[in-house]
Design a protein around this ligand. Structure first.
Ligand SMILES: Nc1nc2c(c(=O)[nH]1)N[C@H]1C(S)=C(S)[C@@H](COP(=O)(O)OP(=O)(O)OC[C@H]3O[C@@H](n4cnc5c(=O)[nH]c(N)nc54)[C@H](O)[C@@H]3O)O[C@H]1N2
Ligand SMILES: Nc1nc2c(c(=O)[nH]1)N[C@H]1C(S)=C(S)[C@@H](COP(=O)(O)OP(=O)(O)OC[C@H]3O[C@@H](n4cnc5c(=O)[nH]c(N)nc54)[C@H](O)[C@@H]3O)O[C@H]1N2
Ligand code: SF4
Ligand SMILES: [Mo]
Length: 707
């Protein structure tokens, strides 16, 4: 069959082409070796250019995760209290009939009382939102605003460049200056890091811009350790110097941008001295960075989401996204910027997730609930949420303000269904847990946000136990709820076909068929796609000044918006809680996925809180001590790691442990809050003040009554 590589390494073995499903910009092409119906090896495809035969430590261990004795293999119904985690096995028929009956009863009264909760456990078009969104749209359920990761940055790019567009990651190898900005690719995008290292070997200078001396920052030629949430100030300070020193590309600005004069006036207010004071760095660092950026070309910026998880995250991305146009970096294939390349693929959301299925049509949009605010929504939405169906997500670990999230999911009058591969903290709160297949067991198609390929994932093995794929479960549920629309009976391949325009010139001839047989196809963009403007903005130009922002009552120019939780914006709070905590991705986990894989958890050891000696000493904290990190919202326990890698005033608590696997049963989201960003309604995980004290974590308990 076409999906099987004939060049199988050993007799009796077959190799099946797959794609990594995880929320990682690299979206690797996989080769899964199968013997006697069992997957024995998961490797990177050496022929796929960005994968180049290499996988990260996490997915190299995919068979350990897939065949883990902890896999959920049967539907289960709760018998204990919510959160206690006691269940009994039931049949699929029993589970799905009861779920269908309960959801139908609520839908007859008021479908908005049903809420789906999903994110990026898999990024696939089929097992992601393909069938799930169709079903919840058809019900008329509350719409989930899926903002927990990238929406501030994406919104900022939409205003500035017109969409999630940017450089081809493969062209970074020929950049001569690479700013790795709010990004730690050794952890979170290891294939980009390989390209950056190749660029370095070819003579590029690498500069990391990050409050923390990350593994990446350690290996760059220079590290600028600014305070969290000050990136816009740095970018504006750079603009000030670029203008003063005449390092602009006036021709590019004139032809392909909007609002330069206004931006120049804004930048005039941002002397290097002022920018340096806001960022907590030296004036020489601001000036030096700008001079390098203006003089060394082609200059490329790898921006990542680390810098937009603060109040002013949208403005920060907008400020940085203006830089390449100012110096004409887009003229070169190896110049420009990459945050997300999502819109470099001709996706077709209307035919994929089918918003037209919403009863009453597009004019009758149900209410929208922001996933970042799930804690408040479960406790206070009016009308109340009566049923929540969780898939591809683990809100008890990943959503901010855990105490509220726990209280919300503890409500005895909330009907909760969790579709999962493992018994997560969230699954402990379910009325029904339904066992889901993993990527080795189901079909899917993937685009990514870090390169220009679309990849097929063919099932390599049969589903384990009674596990079923998300799409299969939702199709069955739709039938049991009496929905007869063909879209709710579509096959997995049909869903994938509906997700993008396969006959778009970018995809090339016979795109779907080529992808199915070869494993992946590349979008055929020209070299340096924005060399002559052509941005997908209303003006077709890079919009320094945004008419759309102005019309919606916002600042039409990028500016520095201070963190809500900072000495600038809230001095009283900063006196009580003087340390800023950031909680970036851990290398051996992917958000909360893989935390239950023993070999990977062993590598991460235990939750850590990195703290500078100048902050540790006055608190009586020594390296290796147990500490409690807390604020008014909650607290969690960690092991102190005292070094100068975290800058003074900032502590770093690596994400995202399973609460039930750590002392005190809380992770860093016990202290983060539900406040939203300036653009895109995103989370402010890294805009968070705390205090740290020596001692063990508080002994957490479940709320006394479901409230
Ligand atoms: N191993 C692993 N890989 C992952 C993930 C994971 O959990 N583990 N998560 C995946 C997901 S969901 C995403 S969204 C991506 C990207 O996820 P990101 O959140 O962008 O993560 P990183 O690329 O690790 O970059 C974060 C860096 O930003 C820094 N930072 C924090 N605040 C600021 C700030 O205000 N300004 C600046 N300049 N820097 C700041 C942090 O110290 C950290 O080094 O990674 C994906 N890849
Ligand atoms: N404090 C703090 N919090 C953060 C972040 C941070 O940096 N700091 N990062 C945020 C970011 S960037 C993101 S993207 C979110 C991530 O939030 P989530 O998208 O919720 O990510 P995961 O924790 O990986 O949980 C995904 C779950 O989906 C399950 N899953 C995987 N595949 C399938 C499938 O095919 N079917 C079903 N039914 N389930 C499946 C996995 O087992 C896993 O439990 O977290 C956010 N939370
Ligand atoms: S998590 Fe990222 S680096 Fe690891 S295999 Fe998946 S796509 Fe590749
Ligand atoms: Mo994310």
């Amino acid at each position: 069959m076409s999906m099987i590589d004939q060049s199988a390494p050993t007799a009796g073995e077959t190799v099946v082409r797959g794609a990594c499903p995880h929320d990682c910009p690299d979206t690797c092409a996989l080769l899964v070796t199968v013997r006697d119906g069992r997957a024995i090896r998961v490797a990177g495809d050496p022929d796929h250019p960005s994968t180049a035969g290499v996988l990260c430590a996490k997915v190299s261990r995919y068979t350990e995760r897939t065949y883990s004795p902890q896999r959920l293999l049967s539907p289960m119904r709760r018998v204990g209290r919510k959160g206690e985690g006691r269940f009994e096995a039931v049949s699929w028929d029993e589970a799905l009939d009861d779920i269908a009956a309960k959801l139908s009863a609520i839908a007859r009264r008021d479908p908005q009382r049903i809420l789906p909760y999903s994110y990026a456990g898999t990024m696939g078009w089929v097992q992601g939102e393909g069938m799930g969104s169709r079903l919840f749209h058809r019900m008329g359920a509350s719409l989930l605003d899926r903002t927990i990761c990238s929406s501030p940055g994406i919104t900022a790019l939409q205003y500035t460049l017109g969409g999630a567009v940017g450089m081809d990651v493969e062209r970074f190898v020929d950049s001569k200056l690479i700013l790795i900005w709010g990004s730690n690719p050794i952890t979170s995008s290891v294939h980009f890091w390989a390209l950056a290292q190749e660029a370095s070997r070819r003579g590029a200078k690498l500069i990391a811009i990050d409050p923390y001396r990350s593994d990446t920052a350690l290996k760059c030629h220079q590290h600028i350790a600014l305070m969290p949430g000050t990136d816009a100030a740095l970018a504006l300070g750079m603009m000030h110097v670029l203008i003063e020193e005449n390092l602009l590309d006036p021709d590019y600005i004139d032809r392909y941008t909007v609002g330069f004069d206004a931006l120049a006036q804004r930048a005039a207010q941002w002397t290097p001295a002022r920018a340096a004071a806001v960022c907590g760095i030296s004036e020489a660092e601001v000036r030096g960075l700008a001079l390098d950026y203006g003089r060394i070309g082609p200059a490329a910026i790898r921006l990542n989401y680390g810098m937009q998880r603060v109040h002013g995250g949208g403005n920060a991305v907008r400020a940085v996204a203006c830089l390449p146009a100012l110096i004409g970096a887009w003229r070169h294939a190896s110049g420009g910027l990459l945050l997300s390349s999502s819109n470099m693929v001709p996706v077709t959301p209307a035919s994929h997730v089918r918003p037209d299925l919403i009863p009453g049509g597009a004019g009758k949009r149900p209410r929208v609930i922001n996933m970042v605010e799930i804690g408040d929504a479960l406790l206070a939405a009016d009308p109340p949420v009566e049923a929540v169906v969780v898939y591809n997500s683990n809100p008890l670990a990943v959503a901010p303000d855990s105490e509220k999230v726990i209280q919300g999911f503890s409500r005895e009058d909330l009907f909760t269904v969790v579709i999962e591969q493992f018994q997560t903290d969230t699954a402990d709160f379910a009325d029904y847990v339904l066992p889901a297949t993993t990527q080795l067991e189901h079909f899917d198609v993937h685009k990514t946000y870090g390169h220009w390929y679309v990849l097929a994932n063919h099932p390599a093995i049969a589903p384990l136990g009674q596990a079923r794929s998300n799409s299969d479960i939702f199709r069955d549920l739709a039938q049991r709820m009496g929905y007869s629309e063909p879209a709710l009976a579509a096959s997995d391949q049909e869903i994938a076909r509906d997700a993008m325009n396969w006959s778009h010139p970018l995809a090339g001839d016979q795109a779907f068929e080529r992808m199915m047989s070869q494993g992946w196809i590349r979008m055929q963009h020209p070299d340096a796609p924005f060399a002559q403007g052509g941005f997908p903005t209303p003006s077709g130009r890079c919009e320094f000044w945004s008419e759309r922002l102005a019309r919606s009552g916002h600042d039409p120019l990028p500016d520095w918006v201070p963190n809500r939780e900072s000495a600038t914006a809230d001095p009283a709070l900063a006196r009580r809680y003087p340390l800023a905590v950031i909680s970036p991705p851990a290398r051996n986990f992917l958000n909360s996925t893989f935390v239950n894989v023993d070999s990977l958890r062993a590598r991460e050891k235990s939750p850590r809180c990195e703290i500078h000696p100048a902050d540790a000493a006055p608190r009586g904290i020594a390296h290796g001590d147990r500490v409690r990190v807390f604020n008014d919202r909650g607290s969690f326990g960690a092991e102190a790691s005292v070094s100068d890698r975290a800058r003074p005033g900032v502590v770093v608590a690596w994400g995202l442990w399973w609460p039930k696997l750590v002392e005190g049963a809380r992770n860093v989201n016990a202290v983060t809050g539900q406040a939203l960003t300036d653009m895109g309604r995103g989370p402010t995980f890294y805009d968070c003040l705390v205090e740290v004290e020596p001692g063990a974590a508080a002994q957490a308990s479940l709320p006394a009554t479901g409230g």
